[in-house]
Design a protein around this ligand. Structure first.
Ligand SMILES: [Zn+2]
Length: 420
């Protein structure tokens, strides 16, 4: 059963033919192929797009649980300051394995040493949209100037099939007007995107108001930072006027419900209003420190439940809308909708094959398959993952990297990190 996520959200029975990294046919296929993946009893869907992540933070998983963001950040920063390039690379590789295993084919990352993340991306075969984070020099653990580092990264990494570089900004609480403006200039100079944390907590909004007289989105509009090349993560504490400001400037939003709930950011991002006003929204797990997993199936379910519970409205955020966030929404947010996000002829072959044969997904039929994917399935139901036509996992065995070795190296690295 092919969950195409095309404009008509068609469900098609049949095969998907992949040639030269792209989808060559969907439905009736009368040719054979060099490799055939048996998808009987499975849904074939566009690979999921994790619109906000900090992949190398897998190494910090479980170090700052049950505390709010204000306490989590310094705890994370203390370990962060000790990370070496090698640590970042193994942390990112572990994240890539976890994502491949749960059907994620693209992720949008925000970190420093993104060149190490790029190395993990190429090794594992996943698609990475990698934003080198910038912030004021007085607030960073990075070696050298974050702005110069970011520019060197985007200049060097341009034009790769799997790696798309961009410029990140930690957030207005760590980046002055000058830093924000320079980050935007770098992005414009190199024709790449921008990625930042925005209006995540009430504290951030209040502090900005106190300091400048403006709410964060109003302030970013005033300094000329907003535009269609920006993806903002969170946008929890925003007014309807700010939703309209985002829509007016074509800013896309990465909704991170699990992270917001775990850090008790309070309030609920007004996603239904964003969608109504025409803001493009995708779904992100956020960091393994604040999620703690990277299973987009869990995040889809929780996204649906959060909005229903908060509004006392079972019709809020239906399954199809949530699946849209994790597929076509993420693709549109990254301006990649011509290439990824749906199973259509001509698009890049980024696919997830999800078993519907489990006890928890029985019975299944076309009418309930979208519900199963959002409310019933887990990342562990993913049988095969394909990116750019390359089979990264089949029969739940990752082919591109030695999973057991990556896991044990990450365990060892974390051991050394916390011993010291
Ligand atoms: Zn984040």
């Amino acid at each position: 059963m092919i969950v195409t996520q095309d404009a008509g959200r068609s469900l098609v029975s049949g095969d998907v033919l992949v040639e030269d990294g792209r989808i060559a046919a969907v439905g009736r296929v009368d040719r054979s192929a060099a490799e055939v993946i048996d998808c009987n009893g499975c849904a074939v869907l566009p690979g999921l797009i994790n619109l906000h992540n900090h992949a190398p933070n897998t190494l910090l998983r479980g170090v700052a649980d049950d505390v709010p963001l204000e306490e989590m950040l310094p705890m994370a920063a203390a370990i962060d300051a000790k990370l070496t390039r090698r640590d970042v690379q193994i942390g990112a590789l572990l994240a890539c394995v976890e994502m491949i295993r749960s059907g994620t084919t693209s992720f949008h990352d925000l970190f420093y040493w993104e060149d190490e993340v790029a190395r993990a991306v190429r090794e594992s075969g996943i698609r990475g949209f990698l934003s080198w984070v910038t912030l004021d020099e007085s607030k960073t653990t990075q070696h050298g100037s974050p702005l110069k580092n970011a520019e060197a990264f985007v200049a060097k990494q341009k034009g790769d099939a799997l790696v798309t570089p961009s410029v990140g900004v930690q957030g207005i609480y760590a980046a002055s007007e000058e830093t924000c403006t320079k980050a935007k200039e770098i992005a414009e100079r190199h024709h790449v995107r921008l990625h930042l944390h925005l209006s995540e907590t009430r504290g951030e909004v209040e502090a900005q108001r106190k300091e400048t007289g403006f709410r964060p989105i109003e302030w970013l509009e005033k300094i000329g930072f907003l535009g269609p090349d920006l993806t903002a993560a969170h946008c929890v504490w925003i007014t309807i006027n700010e939703v309209r400001t985002l829509a007016r400037h074509g800013v896309s939003v990465a909704h991170c419900p699990v992270s917001n709930m775990k850090l008790a950011s309070g309030g609920v991002a007004p996603v239904p209003e964003m969608l109504l006003e025409g803001v493009v929204v995708g779904l992100g797990t956020d960091s393994p420190i604040s999620n703690n997993a990277m299973d987009m199936f869990a995040d889809m379910k929780i996204a649906a439940l959060l909005h229903k519970a908060a509004r006392w409205d079972a019709r809020a955020m239906p399954a199809q809308v949530v699946l849209d966030l994790a597929t076509v929404g993420g693709a549109r947010a990254l301006h990649m909708e011509r290439e990824i996000g749906s199973v259509e002829v001509g698009k890049r072959a980024d696919l997830a094959v999800v078993s519907l044969r489990g006890a928890h997904t029985t019975p299944f039929y076309p009418e309930n398959v979208i519900s199963h994917l959002v409310y019933g399935c887990r990342g562990s139901d993913v049988q095969a993952t394909v990116v750019d036509g390359q089979v990264l996992m089949a029969d739940r065995i990752v082919r591109t990297v030695d999973e057991a070795e990556v896991v044990s190296r990450a365990q060892e690295t974390a051991g050394e990190l916390f011993e010291a």
